[in-house]
Design a protein around this ligand. Structure first.
Ligand code: NAP
Length: 402
């Protein structure tokens, strides 16, 4: 009989763990949401061969284990348990997860670790192990957010707080402009894929990574412990890339009439993803057609509504999103999209673009709009595809991006 594993926690609705373990291995892996009053019974009676542990039980489970690894003892929490002959053996694979995310560059003069919770403890243990000097910034500690200027010389910043995590997208714990020496940012958050902190780092030319690789690495290390097999840790890059492709949105931008909606619908249908057309969603929300809204309230009011909608749609993951032609009119929209999307420019020759039912195109003319917007489409896009025929274009995007 194949072995059975799972994830123990309190609320596990949005957990990536089953998907990661499914990609890594072929054992059974399920979610076990358990209330505090049932925890003791679960630990005593479970017939699983092993399990991972998440918030809020990492410390309680450590105390319940018969034996605990030195690393887990040092960090003060257990996230992986193996059950053997009725005895519980506890480990902490977040250590390995962060070690892998950090990689081989350990030449930092000062790291700042934001937050002092469970993940921060694993980060601190790794930094100490790698001889990287660090300071923990805690809201209630001696080093806190009111005296950050003492640490302007930090060259590595690790966010181990939930600030900026879904659904609080857009929040950032610090302003990176205050750290002129910073050359790398590691944000342990993986939803959104790019937090406001990561987006700011990218804008400042600082290398930045999210917590997805740490998540996969800690799972691979757990799988290795579950099955006594080193094979899993060799698959970290492949599984991280696969998860990234699954999670990220494809946001289509381009001139009005370039075929974003048709290409998007086709792409959604061949890939089995959800599809959202911003203009259609706006019409539903506004209760009237876009030409009517323009006529009644004007373009400025329309653009504000469009940004509000994009901020909300951009919080979703794994979707295909067709944006209105004028999305590039507001820089805020770029930040909203970049959180979770790869931005794809759909190109089509000007002569083939229709203008019927498109108020901005009719008012200003295609040539003027193209002159204004084409440089922006090109600057915003991560990649471009030519739409000579929508099915072929959708297929090309699927092959390259999904
Ligand atoms: P935790 O134990 O609750 O600790 C979070 C810490 O962040 C708190 O101790 C607190 O430290 C600080 N914090 C909380 N709310 C804050 C706020 N509003 N403003 C500023 N600081 C705040 O949580 P955790 O398990 O360490 O997780 C922290 C983050 O890491 C989460 O986003 C989680 O998703 C992520 N994580 C990722 C991975 C991965 O594999 N990628 C693994 C574990 C965790 P102070 O009170 O000292 O300020």
């Amino acid at each position: 009989m194949s072995k059975r594993f799972g994830l123990l926690g309190k609320t596990l609705d949005h957990s990536f763990s089953p998907e990661i373990h499914r990609m890594l291995a072929d054992y059974e892996y399920q979610l076990y949401p358990v209330g505090e009053e049932q925890l003791a019974a679960f630990l005593k009676e479970t017939d699983l061969d092993g399990f991972n542990v998440t918030i809020p039980y990492k410390q309680t489970v450590l105390r319940a284990c018969d034996e605990v690894s030195e690393t887990a003892q040092h960090i003060g929490s257990v996230n992986t348990v193996i059950k053997r002959n009725g005895r519980l053996y506890g480990y902490n694979t977040d250590f390995y997860g962060f070690f892998h995310l950090l990689g081989s560059d350990h030449h930092y003069k000062k790291a700042l670790v934001l937050g002092s919770g469970g993940a921060s403890k694993a980060v601190q243990a790794v930094l100490a192990d790698c001889n990287i000097p660090f300071v923990v910034i805690s809201r209630t500690g001696e080093n806190n957010y009111t005296n950050l200027s003492l640490h302007r010389d930090a060259d590595l910043i690790v966010n181990a707080t939930p600030v900026g995590m879904y659904p609080e997208n857009g929040e950032a714990p610090i302003n990176l402009e205050d750290f002129p020496n910073c050359r790398r940012v590691l944000d342990l958050i993986y939803n959104p894929l790019k937090t406001a902190l990561i987006l700011q780092a990218e804008a400042l030319g600082i290398k930045a990574e999210n917590g997805l690789k740490m998540l996969v690495s800690q799972a691979a290390n757990a799988a290795q412990l579950f099955e006594h097999n080193i094979y899993y840790v060799n698959r970290i890059e492949e599984v991280t890339d696969c998860l990234l492709r699954q999670q990220r949105n494809i946001a289509l931008i381009g001139m009005p009439g370039c075929g974003k909606t048709t290409v998007g619908e086709t792409l959604a249908s061949i890939s089995g993803r959800e599809f959202y057309d911003c203009d259609r969603e706006l019409e539903k929300k506004l209760g009237m057609s876009i030409p009517e809204y323009f006529e009644t309230f004007g373009e400025a009011a329309f653009r504000k509504e469009e940004t509000k909608l994009l901020l909300s749609l951009s919080q979703k993951t794994g979707i295909i999103l067709s944006c209105g032609g004028g999305v590039v009119c507001r820089e805020q929209n770029l930040h909203a999209l970049r959180q979770n999307s790869v931005i794809v420019h759909i190109e089509r020759s000007l002569e083939s673009l229709p203008s019927a039912g498109r108020p901005v195109t009719q008012a200003r003319g295609l040539i003027a709009i193209a002159a204004e917007r084409m440089p922006k489409y090109e600057a915003w896009a991560d990649v471009s595809f030519v739409n000579d025929e929508p099915n072929a274009c959708a297929k090309q995007i699927q092959e390259a991006m999904l």
